[in-house]
Design a protein around this ligand. Structure first.
Ligand SMILES: [Zn+2]
Length: 264
């Protein structure tokens, strides 16, 4: 059984559901019966995985926060099907906010960072009305981790409030599986927590980050291929699309490579 899959994610959700109250990024009320959990999902690569996860959470009756990139090579939020996926996530009752990559060249220029997130957020809101001004950083560096931004109009998921007053950890690079997360939480039962869970890690039935990235790569090839069917020359060349055998071979090449590297 893969280490990261729907079964394991449901196991984790079940544990959280029984022991925590689900919350969004907002000031916490002082009357507290159970510790709070903010479940945050940064969408780095795949809206399909995000939607799948959002539906699972909905079936548990819980709502979480999905943070989306508007300037990425991996997906275009304005593409019709992609937009529909994000609208469905919102309709399921989840929050949608911004996941932003700040280039190292504007590292210390706060004004430039603020202008960038204002611009990206306006774009996001045009696509997804009701998106909320919550932001997390893709590959963050220290200066981005401090406070809320633009006079407090944006909530920074990395601000002290949500990373120091909260127990914070992430599954980045498959650092923790469900058993390890549950164990970690068991050691700090009373703490409010923020957990960053990447949908691609759990929705592709894999065992480690290398396998996840390979699966993301192949999914992206398939998506590009589907878009290519709009091109007449391509369509004549491959009237039925690239064969499953083509992808099976690609996958086999990658598995050989991972085995040789000792990661699979
Ligand atoms: Zn990211």
């Amino acid at each position: 059984m893969p280490m990261y899959d729907v079964v394991n994610y449901k196991r984790l959700l079940n544990y959280l559901y029984k022991n925590y109250e689900f919350s969004f990024f907002k000031p916490l009320s002082s009357c507290k019966k159970r510790p709070k959990v903010i479940l945050r999902h940064d969408i780095d690569y795949s809206l399909d995985c995000a939607l799948k996860m959002a539906r699972i959470e909905h079936s548990f009756g819980v709502n979480t926060t999905y943070l989306v990139m508007v300037a990425t090579a991996f997906y275009n939020i304005f593409e019709k099907e992609n937009r529909a996926k994000l609208l469905e996530i919102r309709e399921l009752g989840h929050m949608i906010g911004l996941h932003s990559y700040i280039e190292p060249s504007i590292k210390r220029k706060n004004k430039a960072i603020e202008e960038k997130i204002i611009e990206e957020f306006e774009i996001l809101r045009k696509c997804i009305p009701g998106a909320v001004p919550i932001i997390s950083w893709h590959n963050p560096f220290c200066v981005l981790k401090k406070t809320d931004l633009v006079d407090g109009r944006f909530i920074n998921a990395y601000s002290k409030k949500f990373t120091q007053n909260f127990l914070y950890f992430s599954d980045s690079n498959c650092r923790y599986n469900s058993t390890q997360i549950i164990k970690l939480l068991g050691q700090r039962r009373e703490a409010d927590i923020q957990i960053l869970i990447h949908p691609v890690i759990w929705m592709l039935q894999k065992n480690n980050i290398e396998e996840v990235l390979v699966a993301v790569f192949i999914e992206n090839c398939k998506r590009t291929e589907r878009a290519f069917t709009m091109n007449k020359v391509w369509k004549e060349f491959f009237p039925k699309g690239l064969s499953e055998g083509f992808y099976a071979e690609l996958e086999a090449e990658f598995s050989d490579f991972l085995v040789k590297k000792g990661t699979s």
